[in-house]
Design a protein around this ligand. Structure first.
Ligand code: PMP
Length: 284
């Protein structure tokens, strides 16, 4: 089934959508992206994603191709044209096409591409059994707060996890977990405190992270924002990850060691439930 995708102002069948071979997204990974979830045909946390996009663009001195209002309109139009009920909307902005040169061009028009992916997100079987994680060295560039499309190392990380019979990898730098290949990482200590690394250039400022921490605080849960080690994680009561498309996803094993009982823990389950309930209520 052919999707309708958005490319630079036009809604076109996916087979007809094209971007220049001189596009800097293609040549230099000179582009940023966002993934917004859709539940019941509505956008989850659109504001957060649009604001983070604006920040990524500004950090790279890139122009915003459209306003936030236009962006919302494009998202809604794609949901409508593709009858999207549950899944994701992927958005990418690049600096545009220009003759190949490392220095930024001054006159390029940004490229804007969006497409939908229909996928069951809520009934993810992994939410019942939990994920197995391996640890790998974090070898990414150091401005991980900018959501760029240079995702080769995270892809390698996912392949390393797959080869080890695990679902994903957590990356470690100077002895401490930074984050997952495509999610933020958390542990729950034996005394019930939720621990996740503080915001900095070292990790992506997850939109789901912000929402989940707010909801956890509202539910009177205790939160500590600080780095933790793999060893601390292996000795924790629970662990989980968050991202726009997996929401809150329990982790039950790290580097072959069971976390807690080796089963999905109550805090991760509760947070997934709260996050889904609240997000659905606030969806637009
Ligand atoms: N960290 C990384 C490295 C990611 O790629 C992602 C998802 N894109 C996240 C964290 C989670 O961010 P969000 O909750 O905004 O999806």
């Amino acid at each position: 089934m052919s999707r309708t995708v958005y490319v630079n102002g036009a809604y076109v069948p996916e087979e007809e959508a094209t971007v220049s071979v001189f596009d800097r997204g293609f040549l230099f990974a000179d582009g940023v992206y966002e993934v917004t979830s859709v539940l019941d045909g509505k956008l989850i946390a659109f504001d957060g994603h649009a604001d983070r996009l604006a920040r990524s663009l500004s950090e790279l001195d890139m122009d915003a191709p459209v306003t936030k209002e236009e962006l919302l309109e494009i998202h809604r139009e794609l949901v409508k044209r593709n009858d999207l009920v549950e899944g994701m909307i992927y958005l990418q902005v690049t600096r545009g096409a220009a003759d190949r040169d490392f220095a930024y061009p001054t006159d390029a028009t940004p490229t804007l591409v969006l497409f939908t992916q229909s996928k069951g997100l809520v009934d993810n079987p992994l939410a019942d059994v939990g994920m197995k994680i391996i640890s790998i060295e974090d070898q990414r560039w150091v401005r991980r707060d900018i959501k760029t499309v240079q995702l080769l190392y995270p892809s390698m990380g996912k392949m390393m996890a797959k080869a080890a019979g695990a679902h994903d990898a957590w990356m470690v730098e100077d002895g401490f977990v930074t984050e997952g290949t495509s999610n933020n990482a958390y542990i729950v200590t034996k005394s019930g405190t939720i621990v996740t690394r503080q915001l900095s250039h070292e990790i992506l400022h997850g939109i789901t992270r912000a929402a989940v921490l707010k909801m956890a605080a509202e539910a009177q849960m205790t939160i500590e924002e600080r780095p933790f080690t793999i060893e601390e994680a292996q000795n924790a009561a629970e662990a989980f990850v968050t991202s726009a498309s997996t929401f809150v996803m329990p982790v039950v094993e790290i580097d072959g060691e069971d976390i807690g009982t080796g089963k999905v823990g109550p805090i991760a389950s509760r947070l997934r439930e709260i996050y889904l309930d609240e997000s659905r209520k606030e969806a637009i």
